[in-house]
Ligand binder design. Structure first.
Ligand code: 1GP
Length: 242
């Protein structure tokens, strides 16, 4: 089984929601992603299962960027992607999202173990309640409770998870606070992903500087596709000094 650090360096991922990826806009954003060499396409994260397989197939036709499955629910489970985030929602206390769904998924995933990235998924409350909080029936960590986020991330690492994902929720009013990102980064030795509510190049820069290894962009690029190129340019600057 591959055990390399994932991702290996500062990286940008574009999240494509199968509910929203219409063909013209998909072609447009994937052209930008290819041109600026975005590192990963994340597929998934929506509330339905509609079209995840089609989205992956179409993305492969239009782009050579590795595709990572970010399953929003069990119905989105497919082995078509290059990597699969095996998410455990460790900020919450919903047993189905901590282990129940994994028991159901495991037999389907046993032949693609090389693709799996076990992720400690940590929801942070950064404004009004998000869809992911409601659907997961969990309480997010308050944005000023840095010490709880750090302890949760540490527990995830100690349990053997290979990445921590600090998530404000898609379309969140604000991204995860920089202080929380910095403290989590300073306390863990596994890669740190940050997503949710990131809308400007300045935020991308600050979040990389605070210690994120992987930044995930969704709505921000939908509304302003140029954000993706700007984010990749900032990533390149960080790589020079890494
Ligand atoms: C996916 O939360 C990220 O996990 C994406 O969030 O759509 O707000 O960029 P945005």
């Amino acid at each position: 089984m591959k055990q390399e650090r994932f991702p290996g360096e500062k990286s940008i991922a574009l999240l494509l929601d199968p509910d929203k990826a219409k063909d013209d806009s998909l072609r447009n954003i994937l052209k930008i992603a290819d041109d600026c060499q975005a590192d990963f396409i994340l597929a998934g994260g929506s509330l339905t299962s509609a079209g995840i397989g089609n989205l992956i197939d179409r993305t492969r036709e239009l782009s050579s960027i590795p595709i990572v499955l970010f399953p929003g629910n069990l119905l989105q489970l497919t082995t078509k992607a290059d990597r699969i985030m095996l998410l455990s929602l460790i900020s919450g206390r919903n047993p189905e999202l901590l282990i129940g769904n994994h028991v159901i998924a495991a037999p389907h995933l046993k032949d693609v173990r090389d693709k799996l990235v076990p992720v400690g998924y940590i929801l942070v409350s950064c404004g009004p309640r998000t869809s992911v909080e409601y659907i997961s029936q969990t309480e997010a960590i308050p944005s000023d409770k840095t010490e709880i986020a750090v302890a949760t991330a540490l527990a995830g690492e100690m349990l053997g998870l290979k990445m921590i994902y600090l998530e404000a929720g898609s379309g969140a009013a604000n991204h995860v606070p920089l202080e929380m990102i910095r403290s989590v980064h300073d306390n863990i030795s596994i890669p740190l992903a940050v997503g949710g509510g990131i809308r400007t190049a300045g935020e991308v820069k600050d979040i990389f500087a605070a210690g994120a290894d992987l930044i995930i962009l969704g709505n921000g690029c939908e509304k302003n596709p140029a954000l993706l190129s700007e984010a990749c340019r900032i990533r390149d600057e960080f790589r020079k000094i890494q």
